[in-house]
Design a protein around this ligand. Structure first.
Ligand code: UD1
Length: 419
């Protein structure tokens, strides 16, 4: 397993171009299951472990993926309707093939995501949405078996809580259902808008994406289309925080600053300078910044995917910060690792209190999930000395060219194989 050595203490300076969003690319790739012999052309697909895994799953299902310059071409009728455990267990987002398969082929058999008993880390909202559209769903042998031999029927689907994945699955399925579907209390994330834009280019009739009510008029089929994946707001937010923590000056390009309003507001409140342009953001910090409280919320609230990184930033703030995680039950796995670096953090359920310090200490730490890993990299960059982050395969799931991008701005990072 690879680890990453970080020789910290350098203020990051320079420009970083933001890649396509992982969380937008995954459902967009799943749309490749709905074009049959037509072709979906996607640009700006980030080269990440997760997108490669989704392509492996599509390949298993019969969709052919070809590179054409910087674009990816997807086409082909499904030859299997089964998403097997060995692929799904590696990535929860694999569940996103369920809606497209069911809508296009009337059947899908998808393994439940790994370690994920329904009820504890559920996909119940995805399943309920398919049932509302008339699918017959059975759970057996760790698989969700869904059937709609006569096709899906449009329905009003009210989500009891906001779910990004369930909104996406339902939206994809509803495109090919008979009649109108309404998704109420739908997720409003930019990735939802990106998916709706792409589906509309392919002939779908979706309105309201980006609001909490999405209306879809079913069509008989989808056709070829060309779409470019929206920039990754979590990658951009992570590098913005890196600039603040190292007292640096970074210009982020090819990004959408209005997707990060809640983060930028919190950073400005802390005293960090954030200048936004149409597709750019310039972040400048010198010296210490102030502690700020945040609470994660569905978009446009503070994103849970930036909570760990913001906590790392608050470890070096002046004062005490309260960080509340409202989306996921168990998303403070980075706390013990940050404490190994000398951070002062106490947790009580879903609330963490962080007392800022002038500096952190370098240490050997372990990455536990994707966003927790990058938070440790940021802490390492802001710390004089040598920090080693082990198990960085998590990082490769979501950050394209991280070492090269940070390296070009003065960071000294070294990947150590097999450590
Ligand atoms: C997506 C993102 C992930 C992000 C999350 C929240 C992708 C590939 N991943 O994950 O990076 O952290 O949104 O912004 O886009 N829930 C249920 N039942 C369900 C589905 C979800 O109870 O059937 C719960 C979850 O346990 C969680 C909450 O709903 O507490 C929100 O999760 P959801 O928005 O569905 O997250 P994902 O789509 O899995």
């Amino acid at each position: 397993m690879d680890s990453l050595k970080i020789y910290g203490g350098t203020a990051l300076t320079g420009e970083i171009a933001i890649s396509g969003a992982k969380n937008a690319a995954l459902p967009l790739l799943a749309c490749g299951l709905m074009v049959g012999t037509e072709t979906l052309r996607l640009g700006n697909v980030p080269d990440l472990a997760d997108t490669r895994l989704m392509l492996a799953l599509l390949g298993h299902l019969g969709v052919e993926a070809k590179k054409d310059g910087d674009d990816l071409l997807l086409s082909g009728a499904a030859t299997s309707l089964v998403a097997p455990y060995d692929l799904v267990s590696q990535m929860r987002a694999s569940i996103l093939v369920m809606g497209p398969l069911l809508a296009r082929y009337g059947e899908a058999r998808v393994s439940l995501p790994g370690g994920c008993a329904i009820g504890t880390r559920p996909v119940d909202l995805h399943i309920r949405a398919m049932q509302k559209m008339g699918a017959i769903v059975e759970l057996a042998d760790g698989y969700v078996q869904a059937r709609a031999p006569k096709g899906l029927t449009g329905a009003k689907i009210l989500f009891p809580i906001v779910s990004v994945g369930a909104t996406e699955n339902a939206m994809m399925a509803a495109c090919l259902a008979r009649g109108q579907t309404q998704l109420v209390n739908a997720a409003r994330e930019p990735e939802i808008i990106d998916l709706a834009d792409c589906l509309n280019i392919m002939g779908a009739k979706i309105s309201g994406a980006g609001s909490d009510v999405i209306t879809i008029e079913g069509v008989d089929s989808l056709h070829s289309g060309h779409h470019s994946v929206v920039p990754d707001r979590v990658e951009a937010g992570s590098y913005a925080i890196a600039a603040a923590m190292t007292g640096g000056h970074l210009r982020l390009t090819q990004m959408r600053p209005h997707h990060l309003e809640s983060l930028f507001e919190a950073m400005r409140q802390a005293g960090v300078s954030v200048d936004i342009g149409e597709n750019t953001a310039e972040i400048r910090a010198d010296g210490r910044y102030q502690a700020v409280d945040i609470e994660t919320q569905p978009h446009p609230g503070f994103p849970t995917d930036l909570q760990a990184q913001f906590m790392a930033m608050m470890c070096l703030a002046e004062g005490r910060s309260k960080i509340s995680e409202t989306i996921f039950e168990n998303r403070f796995m980075h706390v013990p690792e940050l404490m190994r670096m000398g951070a002062d953090i106490t947790t009580d359920g879903r609330v963490a209190m962080v007392t800022g310090k002038p500096s952190l200490l370098s240490a050997q730490v372990m990455a536990t999930d994707l966003r927790a890993s990058v938070c440790l990299v940021l802490a390492g960059l802001a710390t004089k000395g040598e920090t080693t982050v082990s198990r960085i395969y998590h990082l490769d799931r979501g950050y394209a060219d991280l070492e090269a991008k940070l390296g070009a701005c003065g960071a000294r990072l070294e990947r150590v194989s097999g450590a």
